[in-house]
Design a protein around this ligand. Structure first.
Ligand code: PLP
Length: 381
């Protein structure tokens, strides 16, 4: 008899399934509600740039039968220009998820250690566990920020990768320039620092550092960006790494031959030129963050000041029943469901009417029960 479990790699068998934000279609099907909004995956609520939509339609019409260019040279060239780098310093893949997997595949041997903040984006742990590397979560500060002392304290001679998410998902907090610099200054030659800047465009704190400026001096630094958030192309799957050219060449060695499809390449190139869409996205996000800060305070709900396109809230009571009740009202948000964070919900910033509906659904779901703590976290960075 075939025993698939014996054939599979143990580190794959041990992995937990990643549970993404619930899709709108699934909620409509399961609960029979037509009018559903999704504020669960930090997507762009404005949709997609009209310029990108036109470019993608044109590309599909003309060239859907042809393989795309393997290394997306035109897009890599434009991104290099934007970030002040050379085209050979840009590595594109199938979403930032694809880039993160590629980094793990390129650098991790079994037993290597991978350090990341305890409350952060799960793809880092996934990339490590796929390669049978050792996960080393570093504790957070009491305000749920990434704790640089804990990160530095977790480094050993076996540390291969350090993933820092900045702004951090799901907390929305940032590492300041000084904190990031401390990590960079203590970075051993035997490890790589990966700065995940998926939400960089939304950060407007003067202390927020953009790490690409440090690439010339650091051959073991990788900076990650995505087209899924501010660029509104999550469905097309396109993310990229910025690093020195030898590191980019290493990443490219294990890639699929055509990781980025034609529509994504064409759409991304056009989206980069759509300043109007970009500015409207940021403006909507700023207004949405301000709205939530005020509305949540009005409900007596503690929230963590966010530098991203989502907000993490502490209900002071188990969040899953509140999440379920909001689902029944047609509003999809995200419970964190991790040990110690059972009381937290993450809400993506939506359109103004979506934000209002989310707050109304939250108030109704809480059913008049007062959250345990009604203070606002003071730790802002
Ligand atoms: C911090 C962070 N990095 C990476 C990703 C993955 O981005 P992509 O859609 O490009 O795979 C996400 C998606 O939510 C994210 O939050």
């Amino acid at each position: 008899m075939v025993n698939l479990e014996q054939l599979a790699r143990p580190c794959i068998l041990a992995r937990k399934d990643y549970i993404p934000g619930k899709p709108v279609e699934e909620v409509r099907r399961e609960l029979g509600i037509a009018d559903v909004i999704k504020l669960a995956s930090n997507e762009n609520p404005l949709g997609t740039s009209p310029l990108a939509l036109q470019a993608m339609a044109r590309e599909i019409e003309r060239n859907a039968n042809r393989y795309p260019e393997s290394l997306s040279p035109e897009l890599a060239g434009r991104l290099a220009e934007i970030h002040g780098l050379q085209p050979g310093q840009v590595y594109l893949d199938n979403g930032l998820d694809g880039v993160i997997t590629r980094i793990g595949m390129t650098f991790l041997n079994p037993g290597d250690e991978v350090v990341f903040g305890q409350v952060t984006f799960p793809a880092y742990a996934n990339a490590a566990s796929r390669m049978n590397a050792r996960l080393v979560p570093a504790g957070m500060t009491p305000g749920l920020r990434i704790d640089v002392d804990a990160v530095l304290g977790a480094l050993t001679g076996r540390t291969k990768l350090i993933f820092l998410c900045n702004p951090n998902n799901p907390t929305g907090t940032i590492l300041t320039r000084a904190e990031y610099r401390r990590v960079l200054d203590h970075l051993p030659d035997t490890a790589l620092l990966v700065m995940d800047e998926a939400y960089a465009d939304f950060a407007d704190d003067a202390e927020y550092p953009r790490a690409a400026a440090d690439l010339p001096d650091h051959p073991n630094l990788i900076v990650l960006r995505t087209f899924s958030k501010v660029m509104g192309l999550a469905g097309l799957r396109l993310g990229y790494a910025l690093a020195q050219a030898p590191l980019v060449r290493l990443l490219a060695r294990s890639r699929e031959p055509f990781p980025v499809n034609r529509a994504a390449q064409a759409g991304a190139l056009a989206a980069l030129e759509d300043r109007d869409f970009y500015e409207r996205t940021l403006q909507n996000n700023r207004a949405g963050r301000a709205f939530y800060a005020q509305a949540l305070a009005g409900l007596g709900i503690r929230s963590i000041p966010s530098q991203a396109n989502f907000i993490l809230i502490d209900l002071g009571q188990p969040a899953r029943p509140v999440f379920q009740a909001m689902l029944r009202l047609g509003v999809i948000v995200r419970p964190i469901d991790e040990p110690g964070l059972e009381n937290y919900l993450r809400i993506s910033i939506g359109l103004p009417e979506e934000n209002q509906r989310a707050v109304a659904a939250l108030a109704k779901a809480l059913g008049g029960s007062t959250p345990a703590r009604a203070t606002n976290t003071k730790e802002t960075a």
